[in-house]
Design a protein around this ligand. Structure first.
Ligand SMILES: [Zn+2]
Length: 371
């Protein structure tokens, strides 16, 4: 049996800063260092995977020394990279993936290797000092970003480690920010939320936001570079307007089911527009927003949530006509998304995953209409 996952006491966010003003000589040194770290980490990954070593403890010294000798690096660096490789192997093993191949040249630097300090001077905001012990000895000046400043204002504190990476030909520093996790909320309601690209986010407590996204998406001619960035900003904007005060548990559609559920039921043009609406990104942002407020996020099976009548509990495929929900049994009329949101909230209250897993007496109407 798998052990129950215990949530860590701090929440983490990352913020990416690009070093655009580093001179070429320094950039080359750091790039070569990252390339080497990548090779060493992959070597350790291969080694641990071959040994089927997925334990949580530190790598043994013999293995670390093997890495040192082979690549000519310091013990401290080898130890840090072996630790990273072990974490990578463990995650892949737990998720049932194959042996990981490291694609990015990204390395986590602990406090032995670097210091992140405010820049003493007017031109930059931070300075990342690499202080040796395996890493090159140099300083990288950094400009802060709106994103980082916003997080710092919200009470996030800079963590002790950073991730240094080489992306799209530029050097980037991922700063890790930490904040204590708030206690889970005890007051408030179970609220369902249905999201789609047309009406934005529809909550069962009556809130709706992000419904202007539809017009914007309609203007997109084809998959363009900026469209995804645009959608992300729309999602972020929509989430900012939500009032979380009365929410204790939020029930949303299980992402894994959304795509399989939609495939083939819409014309191609609509499918293309759907592809612009980023469920994955929305769910990530929602998870963050809920985490920061101590709200529990529950994922529910979306099947039939748009066809069930929330008043009389009867199910009929014909209940839904486009945006409108009209119950054929009791005549209840509602907006289709509002009805779905209420059904998701109902699943949350009932404590079940999907409408299919409800006990028989509530489901009997469904069987009747099928038979
Ligand atoms: Zn009804």
């Amino acid at each position: 049996m798998r052990k129950a996952y215990k949530k860590p006491a701090v929440m983490r966010r990352t913020s990416r800063l690009f070093c655009n003003d580093v001179n070429v000589g320094k950039a080359v040194v750091v790039r070569d260092f990252l390339h080497q770290c990548h090779d060493v980490a992959q070597y350790f990954v291969d080694l641990f995977w071959q040994r089927q070593d997925f334990s949580a403890d530190l790598a043994d010294l013999a293995t670390v020394h093997r890495g040192c000798e082979r690549f000519g690096i310091t013990t401290r660096l080898a130890q840090a990279l072996a630790k990273q490789a072990k974490e990578i192997c463990r995650t892949a093993h737990v998720n049932g993936h194959r042996k990981p191949r490291l694609r990015h040249w990204t390395t986590t630097l602990y406090s032995h290797f670097m210091r992140l300090e405010p820049f003493a001077g007017p031109h930059f905001d931070y300075v990342l000092c690499l202080i040796g012990s395996g890493a090159p000895r140099l300083t990288l000046p950094l400009h802060s970003t709106q994103h980082l400043n916003g997080l710092l204002q919200e009470g996030w504190a800079l963590g002790k480690t950073v991730r240094l990476g080489w992306r799209t030909g530029r050097l980037c520093v991922e700063v890790i920010l930490e904040k204590p996790r708030p206690a889970p909320k005890t007051v408030g309601d179970v609220v369902g939320m249905d999201s789609n690209y047309k009406h934005g986010l529809v909550f069962s407590d009556g809130q709706t936001t992000g419904d202007t996204a539809y017009e914007t998406i309609q203007c997109f001619a084809k998959r363009q570079k900026h469209t995804h960035a645009h959608i992300k900003s729309l999602v972020g904007h929509a989430l900012k307007q939500v009032d979380w005060g009365n929410v204790r548990v939020l029930c949303i559609e299980d992402l894994k089911r959304v795509k399989q559920f939609l495939r083939g039921t819409f014309p191609r043009r609509l499918n293309r527009r759907l592809s612009h609406w980023s469920y994955n990104f929305l769910a990530q942002r929602l998870a963050c927003a809920c985490e920061e407020r101590g709200i529990r996020l529950e994922r529910k099976h979306p099947a039939y949530t748009s066809q069930y009548c929330r008043l009389c509990g009867k199910w009929d495929r014909r209940n839904r006509r486009g945006d409108q929900f009209v119950c054929r049994a009791c005549g209840h009329t509602d907006h289709a998304d509002v009805n779905a949101a209420h059904n998701l909230a109902f699943l949350g209250l009932a404590g079940v995953y999907g409408l299919r897993s409800l006990p028989k007496p509530i489901r009997c109407s469904e069987e009747q209409s099928i038979g």
